[in-house]
Write a new protein. Structure first.
Length: 146
């Protein structure tokens, strides 16, 4: 599979893997000057690129960087961002500060990781009844683990 990446700004950095077998491509903040994220606040960061996979049956998922989450409490407010295969606009990455101190994102800083995943497109059909299962409607906490 090929993921075509178009720079929308000259200072944009093309995402790349940190290692040969890294699942995600590191994406970088494409900003002119540092931006502070106060504790409990959300800031949006452009990354200066648009993407086009050569397949329709994939989705690009944006995940937080584990190091920023562990050390600074920086994450995505929606946990995982979804970028559909037919979206051609500039990708934006919202970040939230769950930490105890303000955090400042620097221009060009790695802020998230982009992972491409196959998608199944189901036919949707309304049903009066669903097949019975051993679990049934047991939900949150039903396994005895909270």
């Amino acid at each position: 599979m090929t993921l075509k990446i178009k720079k929308l700004r000259p200072e944009a950095i093309i995402p790349e893997r940190a290692t040969k077998n890294s699942a995600g491509l590191d994406v970088h903040a494409c900003i002119d000057s540092p931006i502070e994220i106060p504790v409990g606040e959300i800031r949006n960061f452009p990354i200066g690129i648009a993407v086009a996979p050569d397949r329709d049956d994939v989705v690009m998922l944006m995940f937080p960087r584990s190091g920023l989450g562990r050390s600074r409490g920086i994450s995505l407010p929606n946990c995982v961002g979804v970028i559909d295969s037919d979206y051609r606009g500039e990708i934006q990455v919202p970040l939230i500060n769950h930490g105890s101190e303000p955090y400042t994102v620097q221009p060009g800083e790695r802020i998230a990781q982009l992972v491409t995943v196959p998608v199944i497109f189901p036919d949707v059909e309304e049903a009066e009844e669903l097949p019975k299962t051993e679990r049934g409607v047991s939900g949150f906490g039903s396994s005895g683990k909270f």
